[in-house]
Design a protein around this ligand. Sequence first.
Ligand code: UD1
Ligand code: CA
Length: 458
Amino acid sequence: MKKYAIILAAGKGTRMKTDLPKCAYPLLKKPMIVYIIENLTKSQSVDEIITVVGHKKEVIKNILNSRVSYADQDQQLGTGHAVLMAKDLVKEEGYSIILPGDMPLIDDLVIKEAMAYHESTRNDLTVVSTFVDEPDGYGRIIMKNEQLQAIVEEKDASEQEKEIKEINTGIYIVDNQMLFEGLNLISDNNAQHEYYLTDIVKVFKSQKKRISTFILKKPFKAMGINDLYALSQAEAILRHNINKEIMRSGVAMINPDTITIGDNVVIEENVTISPNCYITGNSHIKKNTFIGPSTEIHNSIIGENVKIQHSLIFNSEVKDNTTVGPFAHLRDGAIIGTKNRIGNFVEIKKTITGDNFKASHLAYLGDAEVGNNVNFGCGSITVNYDGTNKYKTLIGDDVFVGCNANLIAPIQIEDNSTIAAGSTLNKNVPKDSLAIARSYQVNKENYFKNKSKSNGKK
Ligand code: UD1
Ligand code: CA
């Protein structure tokens, strides 16, 4: 028997008041719907994930690609209508878990526990509920004699019902056949003129099906993100929990409230992170390294004993015992060797450096391969782009590039060569050479003295 998850992500997210479809909004640089997919996968509780898409569906599809199958909801007529769109993809026998796509804090444990509860009670429908102090905006759980009766949406609730603190998280586990039969009986006769999925409770109740709630003990996990303030609150909770776990694993954080670490980041012990750092994506920071202050690292691997200050590192790698910054920018597959010094205002793009490379100040290297023991002087650059194409610069071992040199690619500087300061090179340099490509200096002695003497005379 195949188990399905149906994720609802077709809505516009009107309350966000912005262009991006709600479920694509990032927390710690990862779209909220990805958290749900990852936690479903981690829970190992379902065999297939179906995502209902509609508003700006190509954005959601670009994020999730082939990790899920898709059902289209071209008109967003409500959550009940959204689930109905998945009918053709779901086999009749068995049951499904339904989750809203705007609930990024839900974790694998909750999914596992709720599904285990559903199986053990042999329920036809389990509604995951929780108790909150401020229930505003959520559907309220209506109970009578400890029996689940209905869910009433905020906009349809009486003043008395609005006082109820038990809310609908929006997660349901339900028998497939009964679900799709039941959805056909739902109407849009309510305040929002939508087909509410929540009405399935009333339908099941009237049909005397086995229904009950499963109460989630930690309500924050069920937080629904409806506007940008809620997004920031969810992000703060996530940030706090991740930082706590990381600090407890032996990472020092100075002023952790200013430090943001993504939930796929791995940080080894004895690392120190200073204020205002942002480490996200699939980054890995190895032991004994110092990061920050004010550093951004995304999808990058940082070796042991590295020191990085005030710098940006994207999709790159920094090997052991190297220092980066202040104010360096490594990007697009830069691979920085061991014992390098990448200093002030140095940008390195798609370049591999060997061991003991130094670019201490004001340099640009793009599309280059550099050997060991190379010094790249202040103000020197690889001229990798002619306006149409990009070309490679190859630099061998033990090369000294003086200050303010332009290496016009494609070009190769062989081992053990020196490039004179101020040179603009457009030809290869053979090994063991000194290359000078600049005009010679001319000193016109007493030039101004002679000039003023000749002025006005004769
Ligand atoms: C919903 C529940 C509410 C619950 C709350 C929990 C309903 C009617 N209400 O309210 O009881 O307390 O979630 O967070 O279900 N969507 C579609 N197609 C649509 C409409 C919505 O795919 O036509 C998707 C949205 O993209 C979103 C999810 O369904 O991911 C929930 O929709 P939303 O409008 O946020 O529902 P709430 O008003 O929060
Ligand atoms: Ca919501």
